[in-house]
Each structure stands twice: as C-alpha cells, then as structure tokens.
Design a protein around this ligand. Structure first.
Ligand code: CTP
Length: 142
C-alpha cells in the first residue's frame, strides 16, 4: 500500500513553476487548505525540453523554491505525461487539482480520485513575466 496515515487527505498537482509568482502561490495556498498533505510534481528540464519549453530557472532551483513554500509538503519530479495515474496510486491521492487552464484535460483520473480545476489568478503568468522582462530589457520606446 502507499503507507499514508489513516484518514489523511493527500492532494496532488503538477506544473513548471518557472519564475515563481503570486498566481503559483495562490494556487498552492488554496490547494493546501483542501487537505492534509500537498504534493507538487515539478516538471523537469528534460520534460519541458521535450515540449519545446525552456525555463529561466533550472529544475533544481524550482524544486528548492517549491520546497521552501509553506503550503507544499513534498515535491516530486514530473518526467512524462503518463506518470499521473501511477503517482495518484503510489501516494494515495484523494484529490488531483490543477488551474482551470487545464479544465477537462485530466478527467480520466476520476476513476481513481477527485479531480478539480481551480480558477487561475488573473493577469499574471510566467509567459507574461518573460514578455515584460524582455520589454524592460529593450528599454523605453521613442
Ligand atoms: N496558475 C494559476 N494562476 C496563474 C498562473 C498559473 O493558478 N496566474 C496555475 C496553473 O493553472 C497551474 C500552476 O499554477 O496549475 C502551474 O502553472 P505554470 O504553467 O507553471 O505557470 P504559468 O504562469 O501558467 O506558466 P506559463 O505562462 O509558462 O504557462
């Protein structure tokens, strides 16, 4: 079995969490309030590379930041798309949750646990932060 304490509610979420921002923080805070233990799957640089995605912050640093977050109890690597079913069973997960940009994408896990999509924090994302930094580096337009 998974060895979790009797009655403990385990939550699981995944993400890249690059340039950790308040949208990430609020999602983790809201999730942690829904159960006893929050596990975060942090996507590795190799997994991101396979998706054509490059991060500003390397995997080891993203993990270090997540582990320091008071709402996070455990960080595991996200290395491929297929591991979610295994992880849900391995860690005795009762609630799988993501931001609502993923709505419907993981409904196939509903035979194993509850699946929830939480509203994203508006007007912030890693993509927008990268664009903002880029425009700041370019300097004021004349
Ligand atoms: N998230 C959120 N609110 C935001 C941004 C992200 O709730 N404003 C959530 C996502 O829905 C996801 C988790 O945080 O469940 C990790 O998201 P991630 O993709 O790492 O962050 P983004 O800022 O969305 O990154 P990108 O712009 O690269 O997609």
């Amino acid at each position: 079995m998974n060895g979790k304490p009797e009655g403990e509610t385990v939550l699981l979420t995944y993400g890249t969490f690059d340039l950790f921002h308040v949208g990430h923080l609020r999602l983790l805070k809201r999730l942690s309030a829904l159960g006893d233990k929050l596990i975060v799957g942090c996507s590795t640089d190799e997994f991101n590379g396979g998706k054509g995605k490059t991060t500003a912050i390397p995997y080891a640093h993203r993990v270090e930041i997540l582990e320091a977050c008071r709402y996070v109890d455990q960080v595991i690597p996200e290395e491929n798309w297929a591991q979610k079913r295994d992880d849900v069973q391995r860690y005795g997960v009762s609630l799988f949750a993501m931001g609502d940009d993923w709505t419907g994408k993981f409904d196939d896990l509903q035979d194993l646990c509850d699946v929830l999509y939480l509203p994203r924090t508006e007007n912030i994302s890693t993509t927008e932060l990268k664009a903002l930094i880029q425009s700041m580096r370019a300097g004021p337009s004349v």
